[in-house]
Design a binder for this molecule. Structure first.
Ligand code: ADP
Ligand code: MG
Length: 387
């Protein structure tokens, strides 16, 4: 995020609220390199932060008033009272920042109001976590201003609670932790059970490679219902196997475990995806740590096949990105995020980027799909104060 952006957000704050903000903060969106639909199974994930951020200018208030404005939504300032915040009462964008205030207060933090103006470059609904960026930027600003002393992972937990309980969306812990805790030039290896984490150096440019994000610009409408079904199916699998979460199924025991599930084909597929996906995360970590970066390509591609065939959350647009990229020389490719639209990632030699991009665009055009948005993702910094 540039200094210009921070200054512009602060200036707009001044116009809206009559005085400059106490500070400006930024929190990024993320892409998940590997580890999809593992976070609500207590498993492993490996996101990294995007250069795209939600930027918030914020000041404290002592009168219990919460005022909210988003440059991307426009309209009037929304004014609420912190005492009146009630879970699942708000179906608008304001539920995200309000939910954070609610979660902080629920946790016993004396947040007595705020003026907030924000602007975000994280595309909304593209599977790149614009919602978590919004939550985390507000949480970090209030943490700093009210001197709450919470660490990144603790703020992530509070933001997840805001989204689960206040907004009413049953999301896992990955997105908020990624936005709060990622480091530039690294991917974050996160154990979602205990939130232990390790920063893994991930500097593709130094090795002549690139990672492309292809935003298909589609979001199929049944995605939320299907997400709920997958979660419920995973819980059923864990219950049938007598484990707390599918994370507890060892990869080496997978065949025996699948036998035990008998002919419940639906649950067998979900279990197979989650258990193999955890294994793929560990494989990618090992490959990156041993400097064998190009070898992660086939692991990413195997992850896509598992999401498409076993978890069944891909869609024609995502499959077309992956198939076209691989046919044009990509080292690996997979859908990323919740599925049924959103974005895919492509790992490629720098020299092949142009060919691959053109091929994907041409394939979309001839399939009659909306043109995708393609951009290069360089692992960027996590949430921070910018002024
Ligand atoms: P994702 O997190 O994958 O982008 P979500 O559906 O979880 O998708 O979150 C998108 C929602 O977050 C939007 O519908 C909107 O309510 C909110 N949001 C994201 N960015 C902004 C923004 N800049 N201003 C206001 N609301 C935003
Ligand atoms: Mg989201």
């Amino acid at each position: 995020m540039s200094v210009d952006t921070a200054a512009a957000v602060a200036e707009r704050f001044r116009e809206l609220y009559g005085a400059g903000p106490e500070g400006v903060w930024a929190a990024p969106g993320r892409v998940n390199l590997i580890g999809e639909h593992t976070d609500y199974n207590d498993g492993f994930v490996m996101p990294f932060a995007l250069p795209h951020t939600a930027v918030a200018a914020v000041s404290r208030r002592t009168d219990g008033v919460l005022r909210l404005h988003s440059a991307d939504v426009g309209g009037d300032v929304v004014e609420l009272r912190v005492d009146d915040l009630v879970p699942e009462s708000d179906r608008n964008w304001t539920a995200y920042p309000s939910g954070v205030v609610w979660a902080l207060r629920q946790a016993g933090h004396a947040v007595t109001g705020a003026d907030i103006h924000l602007a975000s470059t994280v595309p909304a609904g593209a599977g790149l976590s614009s919602s978590a960026a919004l939550e985390v930027v507000v949480a970090l600003a209030l943490n700093d201003l009210y001197d709450l002393g919470q660490k990144g992972w603790q703020l992530a937990r509070l933001c997840q609670r805001a989204e689960n309980v206040y907004v009413g969306a049953p999301v896992g812990i990955m997105d908020q932790t990624a936005s709060a805790c990622c480091a530039a030039g690294h991917a974050l290896f996160l154990d979602t059970r205990d939130l232990s984490q390790k920063q893994i150096p991930f500097d593709l440019a130094a090795e002549g490679m690139r990672l492309l994000v292809v935003d298909t610009q589609v979001k199929h409408s049944h995605s939320e219902g299907e997400y709920g079904k997958r979660r419920a199916g995973c819980e059923k699998g864990a219950a049938l196997l007598g484990v707390d979460a599918l994370r507890d199924v060892a990869y080496d025991d997978l065949d025996a475990v699948l036998d035990r599930l008998g002919d419940d084909e639906e649950v067998r597929r979900l279990v197979r995806h989650v258990v193999t996906e955890d294994q793929r995360v560990e494989q990618v970590v090992a490959l990156l740590e041993s400097g064998d970066t190009r070898a992660i390509g086939p692991v990413l591609t195997a992850g896509h096949a598992s999401l498409r065939d076993d978890f069944r959350i891909s869609c024609p647009e995502l499959d077309l990105v992956v198939d076209t990229a691989l046919a044009s020389g990509a080292l690996g490719a997979r859908m990323t995020g919740g599925g049924f639209g959103g974005s895919a990632i492509v790992l490629a030699e720098a020299a092949d980027v142009e060919t691959i991009t053109k091929a994907v665009e041409a394939a979309f055009a001839s399939a009659g799909f909306t043109a995708p948005r393609v951009f290069e993702a360089v692992p960027a910094a996590g949430a921070r104060r910018v002024s």
